[in-house]
Design a protein. Structure first.
Length: 116
């Protein structure tokens, strides 16, 4: 849930994760939908050419986009609330706050860029 490329302080093998259907690069799968939302609706806005380019992206914005992505793939509100609480607890444990600045590094391979 806390993408290792974004959250450098969280060890990949210890990070909270959930099983998503399909491959990140296969259009229409749950996995692809989540990455599509994170890449296109959040990260690309902060990359060169995006409407937020030059501004800093925060953990809060990441969490909001992640929550929206999970809702879109049909995670039930009750389960999503539980999982997002775990995600936030993990972020706090590793030194992040909701206002911590995070870097929208390179795109996930296979995620189609949508126009703004």
């Amino acid at each position: 849930m806390n993408q290792s490329a974004t959250f450098d302080n969280i060890p990949k093998k210890e990070a909270i994760s959930i099983i998503l259907g399909g491959n990140a690069a296969t259009s229409g799968t749950q996995h692809n939908t989540v990455h599509d939302i994170l890449e296109n609706d959040l990260y690309d806005r902060y990359r060169k050419g995006g409407d937020r380019y030059g501004h800093e992206m925060t953990v809060r914005e990441y969490n909001n986009a992640l929550n929206a992505a999970m809702e879109k793939i049909g995670v039930k509100a009750e389960e999503l609330g539980y999982v997002m609480n775990l995600v936030i607890a993990e972020q706090l444990h590793y030194g992040y706050t909701m206002d911590s600045v995070i870097d929208p590094k390179g795109r996930v391979a296979g995620i189609v860029k949508r126009p703004f």
